[in-house]
Design a protein around this ligand. Structure first.
Ligand code: SF4
Length: 394
């Protein structure tokens, strides 16, 4: 079975990337024909103002991919922008895709605002946003009955709320100054390219006639859209594209140092490129059960991100013991974090060494990407010959 997946180059990978995506890719390499794409054109949809950062991010991401087990001898590793046929098929698919399919794509509206984010989200919290919520609410053109509920909602949906507030003009310049943010800190995604990015995703899959795409639940609508575009093309011009299936992968959301989802934007991630000392500092600063203040206090492990790591990563075989000792107070959080650090280092040390090795030989990376891209391009060229023939244009 031919499987295709890709990742936007956003730089160094963290533990969350590994457990959310790469681990699954490594498993898929065995027994499937796997294509892994560096989606650098997709990176432009949100980072077009900083395009000069993309090549460095591509390099960092590739080093991590290979260090984590993506094997160029087993998989086709290629770069989207080097296969220009993607652009041609994108144009053709754009002609046959109804605008409403994109506008009604359930993830579009949410993503439009969620992806608009502050360069450093923590600035907002440090800036004391809570203190300003009242001022913000007072400026709303409607009466607010339940201020507390609104405040909670805003703080839960902080990015979206700020974006709305900023662009609707409800936040004045003084508040923005205090929050240390400006319009420049937001990525502007009100573009044709952003609306159309699921069409480009459909191209990425269909141009290789991939039969399966590994995705999380939130990506299912995009695979469905690819299937619809394939059906529409096949219906108009004759059978050309197989309808790709979604390979749904359930992965636990790895918490970062502050307990929120691990993410570069939250500045709470542990990177594979981190030194042992950097990992130690991050682990020892991990959020834990706030009610367990000192050794002896009974803890609530099911609420604690450190326990999450023990469960899924570091000590699944000692879980009962850790759980009981946390609950009884026998185990203190500092010792528990030391355990986590020890377990994490067992995993990270060999990966870090491998990463350093690949980094030293990074002059080989262009050859790896060129060789994969050559294989990808051959297939894309063949598909496009068939498409032009069926279309009778081009
Ligand atoms: S002892 Fe461990 S599991 Fe329990 S609250 Fe502290 S860090 Fe979390």
């Amino acid at each position: 079975m031919r499987v295709l997946s890709g990742m936007r180059p956003t730089g160094r990978l963290h533990l969350g990337h590994y457990f959310g995506v790469i681990k699954n890719w490594v498993e898929l390499q065995e027994g499937h024909e796997t294509f892994f794409m560096v989606a650098d054109w997709h990176a432009l949809t949100t980072a077009y103002k900083k395009s000069e950062e993309i090549p460095k991010n591509v390099e960092e991401m590739l080093i991590d991919w290979i260090a984590l087990g993506i094997d160029p001898n087993k998989s086709v590793i290629f770069q989207q922008s080097k296969v220009k046929e993607h652009a041609e098929l994108f144009l053709i698919f754009s002609m046959i895709t109804p605008k409403s399919w994109l506008e009604w794509n359930p993830t579009y509206k949410d993503t439009k605002y969620n992806i608009l984010k502050l360069v450093d989200l923590d600035l907002m919290f440090k800036g004391g946003l809570r203190d300003h919520v009242k001022t913000f609410v007072a400026k709303l053109p409607y009466k607010v009955e339940d201020f507390e509920a609104l405040e909670e909602h805003l703080l839960d949906n902080i990015t979206e709320a700020l974006i709305h507030a900023l662009f609707e003009g409800y936040l004045d310049k003084e508040i923005l100054k205090e929050l240390n943010v400006s319009k420049r800190d937001f990525y502007d995604t009100d573009t044709y390219g952003f609306l159309g990015y699921p069409v480009l995703q459909a191209v990425d899959i269909l141009i290789y006639k991939a039969e399966a795409v590994p995705v999380g639940e939130d990506q299912l609508p995009h695979v469905e859209l690819s299937r619809e575009i394939a059906r529409r093309f096949n219906g108009l011009y004759g059978d050309t594209f197989p309808e790709p299936q979604a390979l749904l992968t359930e992965t636990p959301r790895l918490p970062g140092t502050d307990g929120r989802k691990m993410s570069k934007s939250y500045n709470n991630a542990i990177y594979f490129a981190d030194t042992e000392e950097e990992v130690r500092k991050k682990v020892m600063s991990f959020f834990t059960d706030p009610q367990k203040l000192r050794k002896g206090d009974p803890g609530r492990p099911h609420l604690c991100p450190v326990f999450f790591y023990h469960k899924f990563l570091t000590y699944p075989y000692r879980l009962e013991e850790i759980e009981n000792d946390c609950k009884s107070g026998k185990l203190g959080c500092v010792d528990c974090k030391r355990l986590m650090l020890e377990g994490l280092e067992n995993l990270l040390k060999p990966l870090r060494e491998r990463r350093e090795e690949i980094y030293k030989n990074k002059r080989n990376l262009p050859d790896i990407i060129e060789s994969g891209t050559k294989k990808a391009r051959e297939i894309a060229i063949k598909t496009m010959e068939e498409v032009r023939q069926k279309l009778k244009v081009g």
